[in-house]
Design a protein around this ligand. Structure first.
Ligand code: SAH
Length: 378
């Protein structure tokens, strides 16, 4: 697998640590060559993603019924053997991180595919399952693979590399899955965002630059998957997004990032950080409207949109300090340097303890979950 992939590997040493940034310069020194990679914290310590990914797990649990229904209603098992080389069913999780959520998702997918074979009276033809776990090269694949469930009913392989490029041979995947990963941008949007770390309170030009970058990235993602997924194969994407007819500022992950921004600005006031550092830093996630998603899909043209809808609503508490560190430590460290980590997260703990606010919902401007089910056209 690894030898076949045609990707540009990410080199940590080449990722901008922000030291050379001028005011409002953009933290992509790359042009098109380098893709930014900010994996979740590896290992199994108190700030690891493995120990602090419960909210993503709840979000995926929230759509389990939709996932099961999607497979039962749309998977065509009749032509499986004719579309794959051997009697195997290949599943890939794009942006799987370190577990355990990916194992739960894969399990749900395999159970449901098995059920589909049973319902159709084809149990004797049940294929062997092959599962590919993809994430950036710098993801902690050791911890991921060493935590594989003990009795897993599938062959497993880690596939390092950016999902914005092709990672698998043509027509080799029966089922592509990705949870809360496609919302991550490949690089900072080309925009000047003064005094802010996100677009939720920024002028329109800033959110437009985010939207533009998302469209480019999603296009690359789809172009690659269009080659890899077999005709009739399915793809389920979970992302944070917005209802149609809404502006990026109205629904985003901004409410979760606001306390971080506020702590960083406090540190500027205290003379611990230069404001330039904040001007040149942008969180790399975007929550598109369904319309934005649909437009890129239509332009790609290789997938039938079987479902594109909002997930059942959920309320979400502010990130605990551990959750925030698990998800944001690498991006913060690369831009602001290691020294900022303890003082920043210490301030964050105090700030959220002082707020003790009820969980956030869409009424607070929090993005909604989108459920996207695509079928590769034949
Ligand atoms: N799917 C997991 C993890 C979500 S966190 C879950 O539901 O718990 C988002 C993950 O996407 C991170 O591990 C990050 O490294 C990965 N990611 C972001 N951009 C990526 C890219 N271009 N290629 C591969 N993985 C990417």
């Amino acid at each position: 697998m690894a030898e076949e992939k045609m990707i540009r590997p990410v080199s940590n040493s080449m990722i901008n640590n922000g030291n050379e940034l001028n005011s409002c310069s953009i933290n992509s020194i790359s042009g098109s060559v380098i893709e930014e990679a900010f994996p979740m914290n590896g290992g199994d310590g108190q700030y690891s993603y493995g120990k602090n990914s419960n909210r993503q797990r709840k979000a995926a649990d929230n759509v389990k019924a939709m996932l099961v229904e999607a497979i039962l209603e749309n998977l065509q098992i009749g032509n499986l053997c004719s579309t794959t080389k051997s009697n195997s069913f290949c599943i890939a999780d794009f942006g799987c991180s370190v577990g355990p959520n990916t194992f739960i998702a894969v399990n749900n997918i395999i159970e449901t595919v098995t059920q589909k074979f049973e319902i159709e009276g084809q149990s004797s033809l049940l294929p062997e399952f092959h599962v590919y776990f993809n994430d950036h090269v710098s993801n902690d694949f050791n911890i991921l693979l060493s935590n594989l469930p003990q009795n897993q009913q599938y062959y497993a392989a880690g596939v390092p590399g950016s999902f914005h490029g092709k990672l698998f041979p043509k027509a080799s995947l029966n089922f592509a899955y990705s949870a809360y990963s496609v919302l991550w941008l490949s690089k900072a949007p080309q925009t000047c965002n003064k005094g802010r770390i996100y677009y939720s309170h920024s002028p329109k030009e800033v959110s437009e630059a985010y939207s533009f970058q998302f469209a480019n990235d999603f296009k690359s993602f789809l172009d690659a998957r269009a080659q890899e997924v077999v005709p009739g194969g399915l793809m389920v994407l979970l992302i944070s997004g917005r209802p149609d007819g809404t502006l990026p500022q109205q629904y985003s992950l901004g409410p979760l990032y606001d306390p971080v921004e506020s702590c960083l600005l406090d540190m500027v006031d205290e003379g611990l950080l230069s404001v330039d550092k904040i001007d040149s830093f942008n969180m790399l996630t975007y929550s598109p409207s369904m319309e934005e998603v649909r437009m890129v899909l239509l332009e790609n043209g290789c997938f039938e949109i079987a479902r594109l809808e909002e997930q059942p609503p959920m309320s979400v508490p502010l990130n605990t300090t551990q959750e925030l560190r698990a998800g944001m430590e690498s991006i913060i460290t690369k831009h602001f340097g290691c020294d900022i980590v303890e003082p920043l997260f210490d301030r964050y703990s105090k700030k959220i303890a002082a707020q003790s606010r009820p969980p956030l919902t869409a009424k607070d401007g929090l993005a909604v979950g989108l459920f996207i089910l695509l079928k590769r056209r034949k």
